[in-house]
Ligand binder design. Structure first.
Ligand code: FA5
Length: 328
């Protein structure tokens, strides 16, 4: 009885003198409720009592144990809430916008354009970045020494390979590996030995397209390009289509879009050259031009994006100026 009275006293004074820290709370738990704590200590003596003594002291010890447990639980709640107040986040402070990156506007728009063609039944094939004379020129109906090769001023490696100047370099491979009818687009990075200006870069992107079947036509080519332009810009952007020449198409055409210069003056900008695949190109890939017809095009992706956002200088894309890039 004396021990229990003494224990109650020390417990009451411990509780009074606690500083509400979680460390102090842990110590109190160990001191009173731990395996070798004061209450278990008393219980170990209790078992030595006579049965009639047990009857009297059992409930008293249990009541004290419950009092200790309740007191410590209350203390724990107090401790947690006081520590939370100190460590809590002030939700009234204004948020800070995280500086995380995002994909480049050209990449964003490449995916956007790819999705439009995917919904039209085209599949996407990746382009190479370096190729040989055979795929880049010969299979596209440019014999060696042909003056039309000058249309593509290119860099050459010492092994006589070239960083591709156009995605049409993939045409022969696609024709050889696909059985008509097929629809393919080939986005790729192109490199040219070019004097740069507001609409010309030395490194830029194209999206080549090819459609080959037994009965396709120039009308279908124009239909695909017009559908793409309307879907991409989502409004009736002023454009015109006029004839042009490329050795690997016959007839050839180009789609030009009205481009507003910084001065406010309007000019036509060549955006998508295209045409019916030349019979020689089909023949070189083993396809009979009397049976199969096809059309092809190449969209200038950088120019496509320039016109969407009213960007006046193509060189802004690869300058690395964050003030420009962060706008997308
Ligand atoms: C070609 O590259 C042809 N291979 C296109 C083609 C494909 C014709 C299939 C017929 C059939 P061109 O050199 O015009 O053509 O380039 C195609 C488009 O790429 C241009 O209309 C333009 O939008 C873009 N482009 C060309 N040169 C540059 C440049 N230096 N900087 C930015 N964009 C360019």
């Amino acid at each position: 009885m004396e021990k229990l009275q003494a224990l109650k006293k020390t417990f009451n004074s411990d509780i009074k003198n606690t500083d509400d820290s979680s460390e102090m709370l842990d110590n109190l738990y160990i001191k009173y409720l731990g395996k070798k704590g004061a209450i278990n200590n008393i219980i170990s003596e209790f078992v030595k009592l006579y049965p009639n003594q047990k009857k009297e002291w059992g409930p008293r010890i249990n009541t004290f144990k419950k009092e200790v447990e309740t007191a410590l639980k209350n203390l724990q709640q107090k401790t947690l809430s006081s520590e939370n107040v100190i460590n809590s986040i002030d939700i009234t402070l204004p948020g800070i916008k995280p500086h995380i990156g995002h994909t480049h506007p050209i990449t964003q728009m490449k995916h956007y354009a790819e999705n439009i063609f995917l919904t039209m039944g085209f599949k996407v094939v990746d382009s190479l970045e370096v190729d040989d004379d055979f795929n880049h020129f010969e299979t596209l109906n440019f014999p060696k020494g042909h003056p039309a090769r000058d249309m593509w001023d290119t860099f050459w490696t010492e092994d006589h390979l070239l960083p591709i100047a156009h995605t049409s370099t993939m045409q022969h491979r696609i024709l050889k590996t696909h059985t008509p009818p097929f629809r393919v687009i080939i986005p790729g990075k192109c490199f040219r030995y070019e004097a740069t200006d507001t609409v010309h870069e030395h490194t830029f992107y194209q999206i080549e397209g090819m459609y080959v079947s037994k009965d396709t036509s120039l009308a279908e080519l124009i239909g695909v390009l017009e559908t793409f332009i309307y879907t991409y810009y989502r409004y009736k952007i002023p454009y015109k289509i006029q004839p042009t020449f490329f050795p690997f198409v016959e007839p050839g055409l180009e789609l030009l879009v009205e481009h507003k210069l910084k001065s406010g003056e309007k000019k036509w900008l060549e955006l998508i050259p295209a045409g019916m695949i030349h019979p020689n190109v089909l023949k070189m890939a083993g396809l009979d031009p009397n049976t199969y017809k096809g059309f092809a095009w190449a969209i200038g992706l950088d120019r496509l994006v320039m016109l969407k956002y009213g960007i006046s200088d193509i060189r802004a894309f690869h300058k690395g100026d964050l003030r420009f890039l962060q706008q997308f």
